[in-house]
Write a protein that binds this ligand. Structure first.
Ligand SMILES: [Zn+2]
Length: 456
């Protein structure tokens, strides 16, 4: 009796263990997962009925089938159909308009997506996600015309472009360059007009820029900026590192930077400071100075910058410095991205043009560094200061004293490192310190454009 009862008890226990196990298996095994495939569609509610709409599908058990259907007022097209199960957890599809149908007469179409995963859930049917989106068809490209620009741009220098752009569903107005930088245009003077400062980075051999107007449906119109290129020869200096310098300034700086922690070799410390610390510091500078307002700009008339009374130039913008050490050539390199000016110790630094202080901290080799936003993507920075009178978010007026020169950071003597940036790119300060250059290249272009716009 007791044996039998024990036996059936064991059997029952085994059976229930199997049932519980099976349920547990189904509940927790990826084979029986219950999550619908995740669908992400790239659209903004508009479609030019030309470029593909990207659909990203994500599912832990992979995709069994995928169907995309476009429904118009009179027609329905299955444009993508895949029925080969795949274990890949991520897949992308490019949804294109039906072949041979170039023009959608309809104002809108409905895009239906159906995706089923490989799960055995739901009587082995899997989980299905169905989505329907209505897309407004817009096949008209934005209108675009460049109405004024600087006549030339110098290597390492600045320029301006002003253009007219129109589209009911404008998404972005950008100026694309041959070196990967995209400048952002700001609304200018009257509705439908835009302007941007441009910059040719000193390290780049050539320069070209194209205005790209893009609407929400993905239609694009491009217009090239007609700028004459003017080369400028920048100095290449070969500098021999001395042990006195490495044991002095470099040893001192290496003690203060995180990037040199655990590095004992002086030459290696120099390399890290000259390359890694510099790059980290400049990354902060570029981030702070890349912002452009989206507010309407009605005028832009900067006066020439003159940051330091009687400031004598002690180093040029754009110098390419190549270092050697004890017969070892090219142990490190760097570009000097500002103009060094020196007068007296702790000389008063003034911001010739008003603006907003967007940074006022110690920044590695740049030392104590205020940065001022003058609007329209133009920024100035003042490195190695001994003291700074302004704080982030302060507004400064023309001619306000903002700091005193010094030798904080990587500086061998008391001086000002004066930098100018256009949308995050360092440019030749000399241009913006020259009233004739500003007049010929910036303000007269703005005046011409306004005259043209007023006649429209
Ligand atoms: Zn400098």
């Amino acid at each position: 009796m007791s044996r039998g009862r024990n036996g059936s008890g064991i059997m029952g226990w085994i059976l229930s263990a199997i049932v519980v196990g099976a349920i547990g298996f189904m509940a927790f095994s990826p084979l029986f997962e219950r999550e619908d495939p995740k669908l992400t569609l790239s659209h903004d509610g508009y479609w030019n009925f030309k470029d593909p709409i990207k659909v990203d599908v994500e599912d832990v058990s992979g995709l069994k089938s995928f169907t995309a259907t476009i429904v118009g007022p009179h027609d329905e097209w299955v444009v993508t159909e895949v029925a080969t199960p795949s274990k890949e957890t991520k897949k992308s599809f490019q949804i294109l308009p039906p072949k041979g149908v170039r023009n959608a007469e309809a104002q809108s179409v409905v895009l239906k997506i159906e995706a089923t995963d490989n799960s055995l859930w739901g009587m082995f049917m899997g989980n299905t996600n169905k989505q329907e989106v209505t897309l407004v068809i817009d096949q008209r490209a934005p209108l675009l015309s460049v109405i004024a620009s600087s006549y030339k741009i110098q290597k390492g220098g600045s320029a301006i472009v002003i253009f007219k752009a129109q589209d009911d569903q404008m998404e972005s107005l950008k100026i694309q360059t041959n070196f990967g930088k995209t400048f952002i245009a700001q609304p200018f003077y009257k509705k439908g007009y835009y302007a941007s400062l441009l910059a040719w980075p000193v390290q780049n051999e050539t320069f070209s820029a194209i205005v790209v107007a893009r609407d929400k449906a993905g239609n694009e119109t491009k217009g090239s900026v007609p700028l004459r290129l003017k080369d400028h020869a920048y100095r290449v200096s070969n500098i021999e590192l001395s042990d006195a310098f490495l044991e002095g300034k470099i040893a001192e700086l290496a003690n203060t930077y995180d990037q040199t922690v655990g590095v004992a070799d002086r030459l290696e410390q120099f390399r890290i400071i000259n390359e890694k610390v510099r790059a980290d510091n400049e990354k902060i500078i570029h981030a702070v100075t890349s912002k452009v307002s989206n507010d309407l700009i009605t005028d832009f008339k900067p006066v020439p910058f003159y940051p330091l009374v009687n400031g004598q130039k002690v180093a040029d913008f754009g110098d390419h410095r190549i270092y050697s050490y004890k017969g070892q050539e090219n142990v490190s390199q760097a570009y000097h991205m500002g103009l060094d000016l020196a007068s007296v110790q702790m000389g008063a630094i003034k911001s010739s043009n008003g603006g907003n202080v967007v940074f006022s901290e110690t920044n590695g080799i740049y030392g104590n560094l205020p940065i001022i936003d003058h609007g329209f993507g133009l920024y100035t920075l003042y490195g190695h200061c001994s003291s700074v009178n302004v704080h982030e978010k302060d507004h400064v007026v023309n001619e306000q004293e903002i700091a005193k020169t010094g030798m904080s950071g990587y500086a061998m003597g008391d001086h000002l490192h004066f930098g100018i940036l256009v949308q995050g790119i360092e440019v030749r300060p000399e241009e913006w310190m020259d009233s004739k250059w500003i007049q010929d290249n910036i303000t007269s272009v703005i005046d011409t454009a306004k005259m043209f716009i007023d006649q429209q």
